[in-house]
Design a protein around this ligand. Structure first.
Ligand code: ADP
Ligand code: F6P
Length: 328
């Protein structure tokens, strides 16, 4: 059956910003224009769609942005889009301009919105995984993760210098409300003694025992990397508990926070964003609708949005074993 022809497309960024979103916008705009489509930029995610904050983009609109963090389209979390009435307004604004395809760059929340929208209205949507959390299944990469994790690694390396100079225990909190990927990767890459993540039940007494044992053999420099959403609590909670059990330990806490979300995207993030943006437009043109574009084993992979919103990227036991063995 012939698919509906897509002639005018919109692109928006939604949810938490991630380095590389600009590179993805650039790829969508330029690929669209290359194929003779009209491309519209929607400001502030779904809020701009509802408020009719929509502007036609030209090739030059996306000049000099590939290297910039944040998103030139701005991003937002939009309550109104949870309601049918909000989505109806969004639909009417798209119809007014004849926009008949939408590229949504964001995390799984943004995909839930795109899925509902595409089910209720006749607008095919393509999702591009843009999140530093890397918690989306169906892709080996999410736009922004590589930059964020390298920011964390750089910071933790610096902290280790001080930990080493003062024989201290540092507890470092990295981002990840529901996901431990930044903690896992940055922790392994910096040789952290313990890594605490939401995907595994934290056995805090085991951490205390291991620190006690290290104290006995005069190993006083220790780094614990904890994801903000760890089930025991954040870095402050972990520090408080350890201090009660090991009063002699010289403990410091460092919360890296939003420095992980900004900054110039790494080469990898620029490349995957460019590749995914290009394939988002090709998908709309080929009638491959309502999918998330991902890269698996260096091949493009298209996950139906319905599936993308249900499955999370899992952390393998192999990684957890590597952490345990290498940190002894
Ligand atoms: P992320 O995309 O980074 O996971 P959020 O979870 O904050 O970020 O979602 C971004 C936006 O997507 C929300 O503010 C809302 O506008 C929209 N959204 C999320 N979940 C839904 C849903 N179930 N129905 C409709 N819209 C949703
Ligand atoms: O982008 C995802 C994320 O970084 C989470 O790990 C974190 O909890 C959340 O965003 C915080 O977002 P904000 O500060 O925008 O509420």
């Amino acid at each position: 059956m012939a698919h509906k022809e897509v002639t005018k497309i919109g692109v928006l960024t939604s949810g938490g910003d991630a380095p590389g979103m600009n590179a993805a916008i650039r790829a969508v705009v330029r690929t669209g224009i290359y194929h003779g489509l009209e491309v519209f930029g929607i400001t502030r995610g779904y809020s701009g769609l509802i408020d009719d904050d929509i502007t036609k983009m030209e090739s030059r609109s996306v000049a000099n942005i590939i290297q910039r963090g944040g998103t030139i389209l701005k991003t937002a979390r939009c309550k109104e889009f949870f309601d049918h009435s909000g989505r109806q307004k969004a639909y009417e604004n798209l119809c007014k301009r004849g926009i008949n395809g939408l590229v949504v760059i964001g995390g799984d929340g943004s995909f839930k919105g795109a899925l509902k929208f595409s089910q209720e209205f006749d607008i095919p949507c393509i999702g591009l995984p843009g999140t530093i959390d890397k918690d989306i299944a169906g892709t080996d990469f999410t736009i922004g993760f590589d930059t964020a994790v390298n920011t964390a690694v750089e910071a933790i390396d610096k902290i280790r210098d001080t930990a080493d100079a003062h024989d201290r225990l540092f507890i470092i909190e990295v981002m990840g409300r529901d996901a431990g990927y930044i903690a896992l990767h940055s922790g392994i890459a910096t040789g952290a003694e313990h890594i605490l993540i939401p995907e595994r039940k934290t056995d805090i007494e085991n951490v205390v025992q291991s620190l006690l044992e290290k104290e006995k053999r005069r190993k006083l420099v220790n780094m614990i990397v904890v994801a903000e959403g760890d089930n025991f609590g954040g870095a402050e909670d972990v520090a408080k508990h350890i201090k009660e059990k090991l009063p002699a330990a010289d403990i410091r806490v460092c919360i890296l926070g939003h420095i992980q979300r900004g900054g110039s995207p790494s080469c990898i993030d620029r490349l995957i964003a460019s590749r995914m943006g290009y394939h988002a437009v090709e998908s709309l043109m080929l009638g491959r609708f309502n999918v998330m574009v991902g890269v698996l084993n260096n091949k493009m992979n298209y996950t139906p949005l319905e599936k993308a919103v249900k499955s999370k990227q899992r952390i393998s036991d192999e990684w957890m074993r590597i952490v345990k063995i290498l940190a002894s």
